[in-house]
Design a protein around this ligand. Structure first.
Ligand code: PLP
Length: 361
């Protein structure tokens, strides 16, 4: 039996009837944008994350752009962001009119550190985007000591925590994506911004509706970026399941280690005090592409992430410094491979994956 890289369908199966009922409720209710489901989901998400405000938007990319603007980022400001992340983390900075400045990551956690960010700061830096990569929380709280606002891109990390605080509550503001393959995935696009700051929340609410608070007067050039009622209704069914799903992912990660995967690949490191959400289980190997090809032949879902890091992407050439050296980023980009991970990945499946790795690595 092939083992897929993701499996969201198995965990969703027992919830299908309840989801269909909630969708029917939205259809009968007739409110489709910014209605009672979004309002209720925002309150439930804020309470789950442990912040004063959660505000639904159309996707996790808009969430970053809007949050940066709400934090005060202006055109031509510099915003530090890791190069080893999904493209949207940096693209959203450019969409806000600012300049992404790329920094390196720690080779073990794959996340930014105070030192890698400090090396990229200039007097023009007005924000830091710290990404909780692959579900592992970055040290966003420590970064706040650097003196500029920190935005936690927690798109991959809902359900994770650091020192007892949830991912999404670790910085001045945080963003989530509810893209279907995420740990909390909608049935379409969706995103959210979390913050404890009332003024930031107020600006976010205006920016997601064309820069208006009353739909009559327009104070800023904003966005049309709302979470819709259908997605919010679905997410309200899924949110109470999230911790159980994360526990399933943690059990699968432990099973990989117990089954001896570390003999063949360098396994991901979990920083002290962190509970990762294991959005992706990403190991490294010096000949990663060879291992990927061998695993695919054996029916194991696998792929590399971010093989071309952002400071080497064509669209980022106006921002990347010529000859910029980000050694940990380049090494991770070359050597990483993701293995199957899901809330319901069985011990037997894990053992099959490890046997396949042993045959090819
Ligand atoms: C780290 C990271 N940031 C931002 C995003 C953008 O989210 P979306 O696809 O909802 O726009 C994603 C996921 O796609 C992501 O993985």
């Amino acid at each position: 039996m092939p083992i897929g890289l993701f499996d969201t369908a198995t965990a969703l199966a027992p919830l299908r009837e309840r989801i269909l009922e909630r969708i029917a409720g939205v259809v009968h209710g007739g409110a489709f944008i910014l209605g009672p489901e979004v309002e209720a989901f925002e309150a439930e998400l804020a309470s789950y994350i442990g912040v004063r405000h959660a505000i639904g938007v159309a996707n996790g990319t808009d969430a970053i752009t809007i949050a940066l603007r709400a934090l005060g980022v202006k055109p031509d400001d510099e915003v530090v962001v890791p190069s080893f992340t999904f493209y949207a983390s940096a693209e959203a900075i450019a969409t806000a009119g600012a300049r992404p400045v790329f920094c390196d990551v720690d080779p073990d956690t794959r996340n930014v550190t105070v030192d890698t960010v400090r090396a990229a700061l200039t007097p023009r830096t007005t924000a830091i985007v710290s990404v909780d990569l692959f579900g592992c929380p970055a040290p966003s709280g420590d970064l706040r000591a650097l003196g500029v606002p920190v935005l936690e891109d927690a798109a991959q990390a809902i359900g994770a925590s650091l020192d007892g605080r949830r991912a999404g509550s670790l910085a001045d503001a945080a963003t989530f994506s509810f893209y279907p393959s995420k740990n909390l995935g909608a049935f379409g696009d969706g995103g959210a911004i979390c913050t404890d700051d009332d003024d930031v929340a107020d600006r976010v609410r205006a920016l997601r509706f064309h820069g208006s608070r009353d739909k009559q007067t327009f104070e800023m050039v904003g966005y049309n970026s709302r979470l819709d009622e259908m997605q919010a209704a679905i997410l309200r069914v899924l949110l109470p399941e999230l911790d159980t799903w994360c526990d399933g992912r943690r059990a699968a990660a432990q099973a990989y280690a117990d089954a001896g995967l570390g003999q063949y690949l360098a396994l991901p490191t979990v920083p002290a005090g962190a509970e990762t959400a294991w959005h992706l289980y990403v190991a490294t190997h010096p000949r990663a592409d060879h291992v990927i090809a061998g695993l695919r032949e054996r029916g194991v879902g696998t792929r590399a992430y971010y093989r071309t890091p952002l400071h080497r992407q064509a669209a980022m050439s106006p921002y990347a410094l010529p000859m910029q050296s980000l050694p940990a980023t380049d090494e991770l980009a070359r050597t990483n491979l993701a293995l199957p991970m899901s809330p319901t990945l069985s011990r037997e499946a894990v053992e099959e994956v490890v046997a396949a790795v042993a045959a090819v690595a």
